[in-house]
Design a binder for this molecule. Sequence first.
Ligand code: FPP
Length: 245
Amino acid sequence: MIDKEQLNSNIPQHVAIIMDGNGRWAKKKGLFRAIGHENGTKAVRQAVESCADIGVKNLTLYAFSTENWNRPKLEVETLMKLLVSSLKKEIKTLQDNNIKLNAIGNLETLPEKARTELLEVIHKTKENSHMTLTLALSYGSREELTKTIQEISIKVKNGVISPHLINETVINEHLYTNDLPDVDLLIRTSGEQRISNFLLWQIAYAELYFTEVLWPDFKKEDLYEAIYNYQKRERRFGKTSEQLS
Ligand code: FPP
């Protein structure tokens, strides 16, 4: 088990997590899936506090994907209720740790209550500066890229921008993540090794880390282990090892 003291000063500035395995965690224990999600929120709290503690500047959590709308109605309702209750409960944790809440995704599709609560916490924490916690809600990377292309196309049509001036910076500015840096480390729990339509553009050079641990069991030591593993890797961004040294 890795502890905090084993980490060096090369802390990834943007960590993104695909929190997977709540359902299997519950099934293994003979419990309802909802209980898995409920315990998932405890793991969220621990991940947020540990990231803030070690100096991660940006943490992005995949809380609900565009595809998750296809789950049984009752499960969708449970997840939305959990979101509202967690926001109410955790506003204090965010304020105490100087954390700013942010959200990415097609937020218009969220139930009114969830959206109102979310926007309220975003507003209340907007001056916080120690870490930005971004919740991906009703988020899908292809939807985000489609929206981006539509918005840029309209600007081209209206003569606001000319096609040859469209570059990576312009594209970045139109993504939901426009004020976030690229992802350095992407973690997925539960043994699945997929990206599932999450931050496809933003993870171009991210290090990928997969762990068998189911999300409700993901503790601060598991986060340290992921970061320790990240620190052992050489990020070459297309260059050779010799060029880096
Ligand atoms: C994946 O487990 C998890 C989700 C679809 C939702 C993640 C939500 C939470 C951790 C709780 C609410 C979050 C916040 C931010 C308040 P799964 O259901 O796909 O698990 P399975 O693959 O084992 O079925």
